[in-house]
Design a protein around this ligand. Sequence first.
Ligand code: NAI
Ligand code: MG
Length: 361
Amino acid sequence: MKFTIATIPGDGIGPEVIQETIKVLETMAAIGGHTFSYPLLLAGGAALDATGHPLPEETLQTAQEADAVLLGAVGGPKWDHLEGEYRPERALLGLRKSLGLFANLRPAVLFQPLKDACPLHPATAAKGIDIMVVRELTGGLYFGKQERLQDETGGWYAYDTMQYHESEIRRIARVALELAKGRSGKVTSVDKANILESSRLWRKTVMEEAAAYPTISLDHMYVDNASMQLVKSPGQFDVILTENMFGDILSDEAGMITGSIGMLPSASLREDQGGMYEPVHGSAPDIAGQNKANPLATILSAAMMLRISFGLEAEAMLMESAVEHVLNQGLRTGDIYSDGCQLTGTREMGAAVVAAVKQLE
Ligand code: NAI
Ligand code: MG
């Protein structure tokens, strides 16, 4: 099969981790008889330097036409003085908006060789963590009406509104329910239905959608309890489905209980299975250009791309197994290093994953 991957290396460690990921993808293409093409596009600081704008029209257009977008990271101190539409991060917002990305997927997986990096109780870590947070990305508190006003005494007040349309809830619920089919089959919908009207509509609508998925077990949890349960017994969760702000907070919490930021992938999806895949981390200017960055978050993001946007489940699993394999071999970049392991660089880690893919195939 043929796929076009709009590839945006970006700034800082972005180009380094993307380079290793392409090597792994090329190995997968050779094994599966697929053809991947990687039109290289500018965004963020790199685009500002070259064109004066963080999101050139050509990048937008190629990203829209591609089967998926693979992004490193954007931003860095060189562009910190810029404001408004010239900030490098505006490229991310522009891409999300114009691609219509409404579902943000953040897996939190504790690889057993890294269980010492888990900040939770060792007995909890030993049980394993494998959670998929599905966050609604275009509605809720972050996009509702907001205003700052003065009351009759002259004092300021402000408000934000949390608003959801049934149709928005249905489409994100379907993403979570579909994902659960390929996992252990459990969805926990997180809301605050004891207080918020939008959460009561959320809960009712999610239940209606779930009726079409008799093999999936659905339960509901209030967001405050969910944040406690994530650190108390994360093993109870499979897919967490939640609205924008709750998901922002819970996905960061879920990510951190697995250890390093250098291990966390993400996907943002639109309705037609297309999407944008990127590591959770930023451009890490402190280690850029030093062959120190962990490429595994980006490699795992590319595995999600194969699974979700390209339907290549076997290939995705092979990539993920290869990552686990190199960790089992004791290879570690600095961010995940612990005593007794072998400290390695970005390129060496990429090469080790390529070798593991070939070995495990
Ligand atoms: P960051 O994620 O870039 O770095 C935080 C810390 O984690 C640093 O010490 C860094 O060295 C380390 N780190 C991050 N990724 C790593 C990796 N793959 N391997 C090893 N160590 C890694 O966050 P920070 O420092 O807040 O932001 C730096 C720049 O990145 C800023 O310009 C920020 O705006 C941008 N940024 C971009 C994002 C994106 O493109 N999606 C997301 C977050 C930040
Ligand atoms: Mg956040």
